[in-house]
Design a protein around this ligand. Structure first.
Ligand SMILES: Nc1ncnc2c1ncn2[C@@H]1O[C@H](COP(=O)(O)OP(=O)(O)OP(=O)(O)O)[C@@H](O)[C@H]1O
Ligand SMILES: [Mg+2]
Length: 266
């Protein structure tokens, strides 16, 4: 890991009653990198995202982002600091137009006071026009420019997922947390999403990615942390993770891990 540490998670634990969804998780995300968090179903990935972004109070541990302690902050406060997430399930406003979906995101960081809005000051009209131009720019970046006036619910699934990411981009993230962005996408959509991710990164946005699609994870990540049953079982480069016996065991079971180890020795 090279750059300055942007996100630091220390000894995080998340318990649901008697179940330890996350136990003693420590990880750091450096500015500019793409870090993937992988692990079998139920490993605790989404729970970790929820705790980092203020949707869930952890049972223990410290979360720091750019020098600010996040523990106890609300999701919108975390987002305002530049730590923005997408959800495992699509979360677009189906009954609003694609453009309105982005405008809602932009309004969340609008600087107008409620009084100025009530009085309908000229500054409001100017700001509206500015926000709409910005929303159209974000849609063009996401490849959804031609869809601006369609209803969110009218988009095919892959584009709804892209819209979810465009909404997150409207919040001007420094760190973007993506929870299974390509799940449900076909291989063509997945490939074009990987290209889009490279463009997002080129904007200077750091990325923490949860994903099951290993082709995508191996293709885009600088580093990978693997969780199993709430604990870190491996942390390394894609090349290291690909041949890690513990990772193979967690995904495929004991028998395959022994075959892989034998192949490595041969
Ligand atoms: N709100 C909750 N209440 C109780 N148990 C929960 C809750 N949320 C998650 N869990 C449990 O915590 C564990 C971790 O779940 P989590 O959703 O974080 O896993 P995940 O790694 O994101 O899995 P997947 O890859 O299937 O999305 C699971 O056993 C899950 O059933
Ligand atoms: Mg999950």
């Amino acid at each position: 890991m090279s750059g300055r540490v942007l996100l630091s998670v220390r000894e995080l634990s998340i318990h649901f009653g008697g179940l330890a969804a996350i136990e003693d998780l420590s990880l750091e995300v450096a500015e500019g990198e793409v870090l993937a968090l992988i692990g079998p179903n139920g490993a605790g990935k989404t729970s970790a995202f929820n705790a980092i972004t203020g949707y869930l109070a952890p049972s223990g541990g410290e979360i720091n982002f750019g020098g600010t302690r996040l523990n106890g902050l609300k999701p919108h406060q975390v987002a305002a600091l530049g730590l923005v997430r997408t959800f495992q399930k699509t979360s677009v406003f189906g009954g609003r137009s694609v453009l309105q979906n982005i405008l809602i995101g932009l309004h969340l960081r609008s600087k107008q006071t409620p009084l100025a809005i009530l009085l309908g000051l000229p500054s409001i009209a100017r700001e509206e026009a500015k926000l709409e131009a910005e929303a159209r720019e974000i849609l063009a970046f996401a490849g959804l420019g031609a869809r601006a006036d369609e209803l969110g619910s009218a988009l095919p699934y892959g584009e709804q997922r892209l819209l979810g990411i465009a909404i997150a981009l409207a919040a001007k993230p420094k760190l973007l947390l993506l929870d299974e962005p390509v799940s449900g996408m076909n291989p063509v959509e997945t490939d074009s999403f990987m290209a889009k991710l490279a463009e997002i990164r080129a904007l200077g946005i750091t990325i923490l990615l949860v994903e099951h699609d290993m082709k995508m994870v191996m293709g885009v990540s600088d580093r990978i942390v693997c969780l199993s049953q709430g604990r870190v079982i491996a942390n390394g480069t894609p090349a290291q993770i690909r041949r890690d016996p513990g990772v193979i065991r967690a995904y495929l079971g004991e028998r395959y891990a022994r075959v892989a180890e034998a192949q490595d020795r041969a």
